[in-house]
Design a protein around this ligand. Structure first.
Ligand code: FPP
Length: 235
């Protein structure tokens, strides 16, 4: 079987904003602000790279447990990012999608993301998927409930429960599994991110803190990926 080994999807855990700020004697929220600016830089670099999907972990279901001030600062940054960057997103033919537990978001953010998804849905150069209030175990529980309901209603049989059926019940149903996962800041964990989708993904960990992660490092990782041999469990 001939496999197309080119990279189609990069997923990133943008870690290290707090430490980046602390090193400069600044509050954590300053690090998040720089981190949000870097989302713009890396999205531009991705478009140049020709990779079609970028998924960014902006806020996890666990992040709701951070201090009220920090959660508010992150949500305000997100509002600002969505308002400020949407023109560039549309001008660059970028499709915006959001994955996560939407019911936990405030009404104004939920309405905003629904509007942005609808407006950008026919764009096709790059899909920018923002994981917001996202937790992979929540996603898998939701998918399991949907499948159980379909089984209970006799819409499907046990034999219909396949890898594809599960994938198609996840928030990422329209997105191929990531080829590359990057986590910045030296931590080597998955942190409840895309657990099902990362089954065969190549993992890259860098000590660079997210606000300092740049296009050169991104391109070097894509280059390394191109030189890795993926065997998908075969020899
Ligand atoms: C991890 O750094 C980062 C986050 C929890 C949030 C990531 C958010 C952004 C980059 C900004 C907003 C995003 C968008 C899409 C506008 P940390 O706070 O855990 O850093 P630390 O581990 O050094 O404390």
């Amino acid at each position: 079987m001939v496999k197309d080994n080119s990279c189609k999807h990069i997923a990133i855990i943008m870690d290290g904003n707090g430490r980046w700020a602390k090193k400069r004697g600044m509050p954590r929220t300053f690090g998040h602000k720089k981190g949000a600016e870097n989302v713009v830089n890396i999205t531009r670099a991705m478009k140049e790279s020709g990779v079609k999907y970028l998924t960014l972990y902006a806020f996890s279901t666990e992040n709701w447990q951070r201090s009220e001030d920090e959660v508010k600062a992150l949500m305000d940054l997100l509002r600002e990012y969505l308002d400020k960057e949407f023109k560039e997103i549309m001008d660059n033919n970028v499709k915006l999608v959001f994955i996560g537990e939407r019911y936990m978001l405030s009404d104004d953010i939920r309405e905003k993301i629904e509007y942005l998804e609808k407006t950008s849905k026919d764009n096709s150069d790059l899909t920018l998927c923002i994981a917001l209030s996202y937790g992979s175990r929540h996603e898998i529980v939701n998918a399991t409930k949907n499948i159980a309901k379909a089984y209970a209603n006799r819409e499907i049989s046990l034999d219909d429960i396949t890898f594809d059926l599960i994938s198609n019940n996840l928030y990422t149903r329209d997105i191929p599994d990531p080829d590359i996962l990057i986590r910045t800041s030296g931590e080597q964990r998955i942190s409840n991110y895309l657990l099902w989708q990362l089954a065969y993904t190549e993992l890259f960990f860098t000590n660079t803190l997210w606000p300092d992660f740049n296009k050169d490092e991104l391109m070097a990782i894509i280059e390394q990926f191109n030189n890795r041999e993926r065997r998908y469990g075969k020899n």
